[in-house]
Design a protein around this ligand. Structure first.
Ligand code: CP3
Length: 344
């Protein structure tokens, strides 16, 4: 696949091959910090945008055309798997995601469907439209939420500050949790393989809330299922594993054998990379909040990271987490320019 790409820096870095500069993309690169996003968002709901392939493609292309990043990421959300399984999902302005029918009992868990890939067909359709639009310019990243992170939304019924109900279930009813995690994992394997068949050039597994877990619980309730997913993916494209708290869990994540581990900004990226098996790449790890700072500071922080990583193959530049809606667009654009001008 990479041979047909005009810009394959991202794929090369993911496979730890030599590149002239680090490739860059940013989590939530298509979103509310862009005026052009609002022009579309004002006409449709977020889920309508995700479920209409032409619109999902329009939004996916915004940062490609306006920022000049080195990889596009499918416009969708990790929670669509929870919706396909039976979750009554909505996104309300200012409230965030909500499942109106949280999964809290054995009966709720038994009602979750696994055989529901047909409900996610719109994602495969969107991937095909996006690939036509990209026309080989840069690679397209597909993604899914990791089972523990999806579980937390299903159990809490939405976002949570402390994951109180999820952790209560982990502690008091681990067998119930395992039933739900297994179902999510089985759907996620089918879902990511469907995205690979539809033509994505890489996939990322988002375990955004792994940092809520203790070391032992991470092994039991997160790593076990992520490893099972990675073992059952068609490994024809690079696989990126992301966790918030990845700096703590990186050595464990490495056991599931991703091509790339995506790290948050607490870590020294070079030290993490050196602790991983040879040939495993890293992605990260700028503090997203530098995007609020003055431009010379943005430049200095990027160069600081790049100097630290100088000489390392297998480094994809990204933020430790997503772009915030109120980050100045011209600062994000400037950051991408600084990265693109850099040469090892
Ligand atoms: O990164 C991208 O540009 C690609 C698209 C993408 C979205 N969500 C679009 C989105 C991706 C990869 C995601 C992943 C996602 N969604 C994660 C994992 C990454 C992470 O941030 O840790 C999580 C935890 C979610 C769940 C989710 N979706 C939340 C918590 C929210 C609300 C966020 C907020 O700040 O209000 C969403 C909504 C969402 N997903 C938006 C976008 C562009 C905003 C929707 C809107 O326009 O109102």
């Amino acid at each position: 696949m990479s041979t047909t790409l005009q810009n394959d820096l991202f794929i090369k870095a993911a496979l730890s091959q030599q590149v002239e500069r680090p490739p860059v993309w940013m989590m939530r690169q298509a979103g509310r910090f862009m005026p052009e996003y609002w022009e579309i968002k004002n006409k449709y709901s977020f889920l309508e945008m995700c479920k209409t392939p032409e619109i999902a493609a329009d939004v996916t292309m915004l940062p490609v055309d306006l920022l000049g990043i080195d990889a596009a990421i499918l416009f969708s959300d990790i929670l669509v798997t929870g919706e396909a399984m039976g979750g009554d999902l909505s996104f309300e302005q200012g409230v965030g995601p909500r499942f109106a029918n949280p999964v809290r009992t054995w009966k709720d868990a038994e009602n979750l469907s696994v055989d529901c890939l047909d409900k996610l067909q719109y994602v495969a359709d969107a991937i095909r439209v996006i690939q036509q639009r990209l026309d080989g310019r840069i690679p397209l990243i597909g993604f899914a939420g990791a089972p523990f992170t999806i579980l937390s939304y299903l159990v809490e019924g939405g976002s949570s500050r402390d994951f109180k109900l999820t952790k209560l279930m982990l502690n008091n009813e681990p067998e119930l949790v395992h039933l739900i995690l297994q179902k999510i994992a089985d759907l996620t394997i089918a879902y990511l393989n469907m995205q690979i068949d539809a033509g994505v050039n890489a996939v990322q597994l988002f375990d955004s809330w792994a940092n809520a877990l203790s070391w032992n619980d991470y092994h039991t309730f997160s790593h076990k299922y992520n490893k099972y997913i990675l073992a059952n993916l068609k490994r024809t494209v690079p696989v990126i594993s992301f966790a918030k708290g990845a700096s703590v869990f990186a050595p464990v994540m490495a056991e599931s054998n991703p091509d790339v581990i995506s790290v948050d900004w607490n870590a020294d990226l070079l030290n993490i990379k050196k602790s991983l098996p040879a040939g495993m790449a890293v992605q990260g790890n700028l503090d997203p909040f530098i995007m609020y700072a003055d431009k010379p500071v943005i430049k200095a922080k990027i160069h600081e990271l790049f100097e630290r990583m100088r000489g390392e193959n297998g480094f994809i530049c990204n933020l430790g987490h997503g772009i915030m809606p109120d980050m100045p667009f011209d600062h994000v654009k400037y950051a991408v320019e600084v990265i693109r001008e850099f040469r090892y």
